[in-house]
Design a protein around this ligand. Structure first.
Ligand code: SF4
Ligand code: SF4
Length: 173
């Protein structure tokens, strides 16, 4: 068993490993985000974004949101609540759970980029060719390791939920 604090440290190590692999071996083949004509389109496109995360990842995100000045954190939590309502996010819906991510801030980017970015978001970039895409095994291996961390921390596997729902559910625990 692991304490939540130990598990969060191991989660950060997993995230850092994936970030390094993507940066060193794949990202140079993708369009640079710094020159993107539609920054954030990848995070705000409600026909596309369907990232699901576990309880431990939600704890990491909530830690970042809680560290912000109170007014800012409240604003983001209200945006999370609005997103859940607007896109009718439900833990048991497999297909329709797409949303515009409330963690994207215009002019800043992903609010959890440095400390709590979910694995599919780390792996994502705009590649010109399918041959340049990072293999899905990178995401799958990291997500399996995170699943094990959740079990070691909370005593049983934790369900994956759309980002906004996972963040709010964790806050209510
Ligand atoms: S991933 Fe693609 S759409 Fe998103 S900011 Fe980068 S270049 Fe733009
Ligand atoms: S968590 Fe960050 S990178 Fe992922 S969809 Fe939300 S804003 Fe984009």
């Amino acid at each position: 068993m692991l304490s939540e604090k130990q598990a969060l440290a191991r989660l950060a190590t997993i995230r850092d490993g994936v970030t390094k692999t993507i940066r060193d071996e794949y990202e140079q083949k993708a369009a640079p985000c710094s020159k993107c004509l539609t920054p954030g389109a990848c995070c705000l496109d409600a026909h596309f974004v369907n990232v699901r995360i576990s309880r431990l990842e939600a704890v990491a995100i909530n830690t970042v949101v809680d560290s912000l000045p109170l007014g800012r954190a409240t604003e983001i939590r209200e945006r999370i609540d609005r997103t859940i309502t607007e896109f009718d996010l439900r833990p048991d819906a497999e297909d329709a759970n797409k949303f515009a991510c409330p963690l994207f801030e215009k002019g800043i980017g992903c609010l959890v980029h440095d400390l709590a970015k979910p694995i599919p978001c780390i792996v994502h970039a705009c590649y010109g060719s399918a041959a340049d895409l990072p293999p899905s095994a990178i995401t799958e291996t990291a997500e399996l390791a995170i699943d094990r961390l959740n079990t070691q921390t909370y005593g049983r596997p934790q369900p994956l939920m759309p980002i906004p729902l996972a963040i709010r559910s964790n806050k209510l625990v």
